[in-house]
Design a protein around this ligand. Structure first.
Ligand SMILES: Nc1ncnc2c1ncn2[C@@H]1O[C@H](COP(=O)(O)OP(=O)(O)OP(=O)(O)O)[C@@H](O)[C@H]1O
Ligand SMILES: [Mg+2]
Length: 242
């Protein structure tokens, strides 16, 4: 459903992403890993329309979405998590998720319907009921992550892009996140996930793609990728989590 074809991003004198090819099928979870500065976030930003590729093409469900604005890409069914806390600190969890329901990949259902749908989504992501009307600036990091995920899900994506969703979570919370990510996939959503914690990546991914200095250096099933010598030398060797 997603085909990234020879996509590059030039930022000043730096080639942050260099001719990367990547594909993702229906109901697939692909893990995107690599050292700091490898170009992972830059690649996700181009897929979600936050930035425009310098060259190459991005196809989604047969449509060429290269360079479309983020709101049009969201309506086509691609959602990305981002740091809500910095964007709408005064909104409640419910209001944040309602934004996703109202402006996402389906007909604007009206406020009442958006509220009903958002309550169901907040249930699904496991936010306690008494936290729903609290301003999100008063939520803890785990609760915020749940809201962030709920907001993306409320837009009813076909493809979900997760950029370091489990950063800051403890091992138990990370395991809960892994279960939740699998439940989302089982509802028919494809997922592209950036993560540094290898136990999370190994726990969820059908396939792993490794970037280094903007280039793809490996793409395959998790077992073959973590035994790839170049991947061990450039990335895994430095990871204490592994
Ligand atoms: N807006 C920008 N202006 C200048 N340089 C940028 C910009 N965005 C990204 N870069 C550079 O592009 C490269 C890739 O950055 P990117 O954020 O995509 O890496 P990443 O793989 O997500 O790293 P991390 O694991 O640390 O999140 C880095 O060298 C970064 O400094
Ligand atoms: Mg990043």
């Amino acid at each position: 459903m997603l085909d990234v074809l020879a996509v590059s991003k030039q930022i000043g004198g730096l080639r942050a992403v260099n001719e990367v090819n990547l594909s993702l099928g229906e109901n697939e979870i692909v893990g995107l890993v690599g050292p700091n500065g490898a170009g992972k976030t830059t690649l996700l930003n181009m897929i979600s329309g936050i930035s425009v590729p310098s060259s190459g093409r991005i196809l989604f469900c047969g449509d060429d979405i290269t360079g479309l604005p983020a709101n049009r890409i969201c309506r086509k069914g691609i959602a990305k998590t981002f740091q809500i806390a910095e964007s709408f600190p005064g909104l409640s969890a419910m209001e944040c998720v309602m934004i996703g329901a109202l402006f996402g990949n389906h007909h604007a259902p009206g406020m009442a319907q958006a509220r009903v749908e958002s309550a169901a989504v907040l249930d699904f992501v496991g936010l306690q009921e008494d936290k729903r009307e609290v301003p999100i600036k008063n939520l803890n990091v785990v609760e915020l992550k749940r809201v962030q995920l709920g907001r993306a899900l409320a837009s009813r994506p076909k493809l979900l892009l997760l950029d370091e969703l489990t950063t800051g979570l403890n091992p138990k919370e990370s395991r809960e996140a892994v279960d939740l990510i699998k439940k989302i996939r089982d509802r028919g959503v494809s997922i592209l996930i950036i993560e540094h914690v290898m136990s999370v990546i190994m726990g969820v991914s059908n396939r792993i793609v490794v970037l280094d200095h903007g280039e793809k250096i490996a793409d395959g099933n998790p077992h073959s990728v973590i035994n790839n010598q170049q991947v061990i030398d450039t990335y895994l060797g430095d990871l204490h989590a592994f």
